[in-house]
Design a protein around this ligand. Structure first.
Ligand code: ATP
Ligand code: MG
Length: 320
């Protein structure tokens, strides 16, 4: 089984990225041949600062390795180190109906939020299809927001196979129910581009302040809260530690737990959860030669595979 997933260096990684994609991806390392990449081409659709992109790309590498990506088991690389993927994206785009992309809700959401959109953002699912198909991937662990894009990939692969003969493996998305959509500090999907994130790593003071400033309603601590499961702090707590989440939810429902104390608990649990990873990240940051070596080795392996699959597609479509 080949597993593939990517993450954009469009900002600093957050709890949504971790629980929605990184943790499942790390668990899957033991079950097959994993290819994980830093989606720097994709980040170009929304981020236009080169220094920021470089900084974030390194950040994603450190975060992923600190959280448990094992380069002995997984191939870890930068998307742009395998430029073959852009050629395949072109080939696939010629078989992609406009209507398929016009339906994509992630694009429509960004338009609705007033984020300036460009052709790259519109065509993003085609590059994503190329990312997946060029490694003959079977399984793609993603958050709920990416499910539709994996379905687009399947549609495109089927179209190619019908037009030019059996060429691509048809991939399956893998989505974890309970962490499929981690909410941000405003209650919407936590997303780097929505400014509603709680980062996995960062300054303790800043992060504590973020957690403590999550908005709550004005009900008094003693008041029972029958809608406790709708509380944002409870939802986040449950994602990080289901047991503590349930306990606090019961207390909140019964009355007697104040919002301030609840948020303090959330911060504590969250901070503790990443303590070991934080220490590992600091070690990695002091050893960048190692990190760059991992990415270089990963790029070599990924490129070798990508070239064979691309050649298959070139032959099938009459380019060779
Ligand atoms: P951007 O806002 O730039 O799109 P993002 O925060 O959505 O950034 P991506 O790099 O697009 O992050 O996504 C990386 C992975 O993390 C994907 O598999 C995506 O499904 C998952 N993911 C992102 N946000 C969440 C979330 N809030 N809950 C669960 N999974 C998420
Ligand atoms: Mg996203």
């Amino acid at each position: 089984m080949r597993i593939l997933s990517g993450i954009q260096p469009s900002g600093t990684l957050h709890l949504g990225n971790y629980f929605g994609m990184m943790r499942p991806a790390i668990e899957l390392q033991a079950k097959g041949e994993a290819y994980y990449f830093i989606a720097d081409y994709h980040s170009m659709t929304t981020l236009f600062d080169p220094a920021e992109r470089r900084k974030n790309s390194l950040g994603v590498a450190l975060d992923f390795l600190a959280c448990g990506l094992d380069p002995k088991r997984s191939v870890f690389f930068r998307q742009s180190d395998v430029p073959e993927v852009t050629e395949l994206a072109w080939i696939l785009s010629t078989l992609t109906p406009m209507s398929l992309l016009e339906k994509c809700t992630s694009y429509k959401d960004k338009v609705a939020k007033g984020i300036p959109v460009n052709h790259g953002l519109f065509a993003y699912p085609v590059l994503m299809a190329a990312d997946i198909l060029i490694y003959d991937s079977n399984v793609v662990p993603v958050g709920q927001d990416q499910k539709q894009h994996v379905e687009v990939t399947r549609d495109i692969a089927v179209k190619f196979n019908e037009a030019y003969g059996e060429t691509f493996v048809i991939p399956e998305p893998q989505i974890r129910g309970e962490t499929a959509k981690v909410p941000g500090t405003d209650g919407e999907k936590m997303s780097k581009s929505y400014g509603n994130t709680i980062e996995i790593f960062g300054d303790e003071k800043v992060l504590r302040k973020k957690v403590m400033s999550i908005k709550m309603d004005s009900r008094l601590p003693a008041e029972p809260k029958p809608d406790a499961d709708q509380n944002l702090a409870i939802q986040l707590l449950s994602v990080i530690d289901a047991g503590t989440g349930r306990q606090c939810e019961d207390q909140l429902r019964a009355g007697g737990l104040g919002y301030g104390d609840l948020k303090k608990k959330l911060f504590e649990v969250y901070w503790e959860h990443f303590a070991a990873a934080r220490a590992k990240r600091a070690d990695l940051a002091a050893n960048l030669d190692y990190v760059n070596g991992v990415l270089q080795e990963g790029a070599g392996k990924a490129q070798a595979l990508a070239r064979t699959v691309l050649q298959r597609a070139r032959r099938a479509s009459g380019l060779e």
